[in-house]
Design a protein around this ligand. Structure first.
Ligand code: MOS
Length: 761
């Protein structure tokens, strides 16, 4: 008999896959063994704008072990596909391997060889000559930028949120802030490089690739290659970091697939760290103009948020927009506008809380500036403008604990020790600053499916095509199954990250736990209902005559509220086996003869965040940080980070805390460290490695605290899950900037805040 200690939702639980990860047993995409693979190496463009004049392959093909050189001349037909905003799966619509070059680092060639070394050597011997066009537009302030609105995906036009009359209200407001902010280019830099291995067996293609969307790979790649989706199998059980970078299909996958077919051999490609900067997506730089008008007691009467974002020539990926910043506070007169600027750059995409990170940075810095202008405590300013209704359409928040989060975090942080005056707190040579900011992330949910099977021995199998991107997806699926089926998570076999499993949505927008958790719970409920229905009808069951809907699965027993119960194996014996094998033929893993298996398809609600018709739903938090700035060198340290967060049901508080910690660290990273530098003459990224692309190390984050506030919200979905993965990142960069101002009296409005910006002040 299996261990029947029932794991419950909300119990801090170690990672289901932790042992595999720490022992090296977890196989990532390029760890998967394939027979007799060839190795690929990419060559990418060294110009940003122009055409390939010629490619001399002679020297490359002469390298011993080279199998083939693939370029636009021989790769074959690839449909570049549609991007997410066009309702497709691609991160960019820029076709790989074409004569025309639209950005530096565009894929020009793929060399295949018997060894990795030969492929790399040959790629370096390829001689590509280009005809360059006029000087490329690198980014903001470059000549040749083309401005444009966000083209809506086929369907409803996307409008910038607005209400009332901003201009006249702002003109009349007694207290005002009018400021401009800027965030830099950033790259995800997951530790696992972008890798793809493709192997064909007849018409069937297997793709091993770390992906946040295995179903997207299957369908997107099928479209690109003009083959049936059923012929594509994407396997991605573990992912070494993603943060949005593996959410959309990159153009490399189709190239590897076609090359493998031509070679008649499996092909492995590992994209270098530097190439990853242009072969995948990133967060483009943004600029913001924020105008706040308030009464003398701090009530917002006017709010305007205008954003500008860089994107590629053909695509219009919008990093976020003003959905959250126009709705977080009560304000009768709101205006907003987002403009895309098309440059000679690769197409940006989702990255770490994409809808909010840069926009909330701008708003929350402006709110801090307003607090100083009002001579008001920044927390009190948020309290005065707190609302349970978003101001644009007057829709209610399903739940909102912004101020409880501020109060809890302020207490844990010791905010009351702050002296309000900038540059008034000091310890020796170190200026001390306290800063805070609001945190918000929309609650998303998407259609999902899951198959759950329970054996008479109390073992369960859960199958769902979701993804483990560090979010604890295995553990979440196991905990919910255990909770609902009355067994221990040690008795549960979780299979995810495979396009042949029941499909689940992209692991993005922090939607996975809500989307997948709810369907897993529903599949379990169907099993419980079948067991209960059979037991109450069975004359030889102690539960005979009980009400089926009252029976629950607890600790290996089917139980009635009056105390009667029947062990699982006995209860299972009442069910009709014939009806229970309906999905057996589809079970690639662990089909058990004596078992009850059910597929649940669907979800309680679709969409979410700020896009629903009758309500808005979001998770909230409050971010606090202490900075210390050296009075002479201006070195900036962050000795303490404290945040409090309310995000509905925490399925696994242990994993949630770790997600929150990750988000807080991203926030500090965004505030003080990260920026992709661009050589503006060439529109080329220059710090394309982990030595020069700065991220925090342990010594940068000595102390963090993430408080989780209990929250029940049955309106968002049945399990009340809002999602937590990207929450703590939002607002943290503003909290740091606000703390730096408090420490030094210097307001830095352009991220990252490096010490030279303080020296200037
Ligand atoms: Mo997240 S940037 O939505 O993968």
């Amino acid at each position: 008999m299996a261990d029947m200690t029932q794991t419950r939702i909300g119990t801090p639980t170690p990672r289901y896959d932790g042992r595999l990860k720490v022992t090296g047993g977890a196989r990532y995409a390029s760890d998967q063994p394939v027979v007799n693979p060839a190795f690929g190496w990419l060559l990418t463009a060294s110009i940003a704008k122009g055409r390939i004049r010629s490619i001399d392959e002679t020297a490359a093909r002469a390298v011993p072990g080279v199998l083939d050189v693939f370029t636009y001349k021989n790769i074959g037909a690839i449909d570049p596909g549609k991007t997410f905003s066009q309702k497709g799966f691609m991160g960019t619509s820029i076709a790989p391997m074409q004569e025309r070059i639209l950005h530096d680092g565009q894929i020009v060639a793929l060399v295949a060889a018997d060894t990795l070394e030969a492929a790399r050597e040959a790629s370096r011997r390829l001689v590509v000559s280009y005809d360059e066009d006029s000087k490329p537009s690198a980014g903001f302030d470059s000549a040749g930028l083309k401005a444009g609105p966000v083209t809506p995906p086929s369907g409803e036009p996307e409008e910038d949120p607005k209400v009332g009359n901003f201009a006249s209200a702002f003109a009349r407001a007694p207290v005002k802030v009018d400021a401009r902010y800027e965030t830099p280019t950033q790259h995800h830099n997951p530790i696992e490089l972008f890798t793809t291995t493709c192997a064909w067996s007849g018409e069937k293609l297997t793709v091993w690739e770390g992906s946040q969307n295995v179903s997207g790979v299957k369908h997107g790649l099928a479209k690109q290659l003009s083959i049936a989706p059923e012929n594509i199998h994407c396997i991605s059980p573990f992912i070494g970091g993603a943060f949005g970078s593996r959410g959309s299909l990159t153009q490399r996958t189709a190239i590897v697939a076609l090359a493998a077919r031509k070679l008649g051999r499996p092909l492995k490609l590992e994209v270098t760290r530097a190439q990853g900067f242009t072969v995948a997506t990133y967060r483009a730089e943004t600029r913001h103009h924020v105008q706040l008008g308030a009464t003398r007691d701090g009530k917002l009467v006017a709010l305007n948020h205008e954003g500008e974002e860089i994107t590629s020539r053909p695509d219009d990926y919008k990093v976020g927009g003003t959905d959250a910043t126009t709705r977080i506070y009560a304000c009768p007169n709101v205006a907003s506008k987002v403009t895309m600027l098309h440059a000679d750059r690769n197409t940006p995409g989702f990255m770490r809380s994409p809808p909010e990170t840069p926009y909330v940075f701008a708003l929350e810095c402006a709110m801090d500036e307003l607090a100083y202008a009002l001579k008001m405590d920044p927390i009190e300013l948020r309290r005065v403008n707190d609302t349970m209704k978003e101001p644009i359409k007057g829709l209610p928040y399903t739940s909102r604990q912004l101020m409880p989060c501020f109060d809890a975090a302020a207490k844990a942080f010791g905010w009351s020790k702050r002296s309000a005056q900038p540059r008034s707190m000091r310890e020796g040579d170190w200026l001390i600053g306290y800063g805070c900011a609001s945190t918000i992330y929309p609650t998303q949910i998407a259609p999902a499916t899951a198959r759950v099977r329970l054996t008479a021995q109390g073992k369960a199998t859960v199958q769902t095509g979701t993804h483990e991107i560090g979010n604890g997806a295995y553990t979440v699926a196991a905990i919910i199954t255990a909770d609902r089926l009355g067994i221990s998570i040690d008795s549960i076999d979780v299979r995810i990250g495979d396009s042949e499993l029941p499909p689940a949505p992209v692991a993005g927008g922090s939607n996975s736990t809500a989307s997948v958790g709810n369907v897993v719970a529903k599949a379990c409920e169907q099993i419980r209902a079948k067991l209960a229905a059979a037991a109450v009808k069975a004359k030889d069951s102690p539960l005979h005559g009980a009400k089926a809907q009252d029976l629950t699965l607890v600790a290996g027993m089917l139980r009635a509220p009056d105390g009667r119960s029947e062990p699982l194996d006995k209860a299972m014996a009442h069910t009709a086996h014939g009806a229970l094998e309906e999905y057996a033929e589809n079970l690639p893993h662990a089909a058990k003869p004596e078992s009850l298996g059910l597929l649940y398809q669907g979800v309680s609600s679709i969409g979410g965040g700020f896009k629903l018709k009758d309500r808005v739903q979001a998770a909230f938090g409050a971010s606090f940080v202490e900075v210390r700035v050296h009075a002479r060198t201006c070195e900036i340290r962050t000795p303490r980070i404290v945040g409090a967060y309310a995000f509905g049901q925490a399925v696994n508080p242990k994993a949630a805390e770790s997600q929150l910690m990750g988000g807080q660290i991203w926030g500090v990273s965004c505030a003080l460290h990260e920026a992709t530098e661009i050589d503006r003459r060439a529109a080329r990224y220059t710090n394309t490695n982990l030595a020069d692309y700065l991220v925090p190390v342990n010594a940068d984050i000595p102390e963090y605290q993430a408080l989780i506030l209990p929250e029940t919200d049955k309106l968002v979905n049945e399990l009340g899950i809002k999602g937590v993965g990207e929450l703590a990142n939002v607002g943290m960069s503003a909290a740091v900037a606000n703390a730096v101002f408090h420490a030094t009296g210097v307001r830095v409005r352009e991220l990252p805040i490096r010490l030279e910006k303080l020296l200037k002040g």
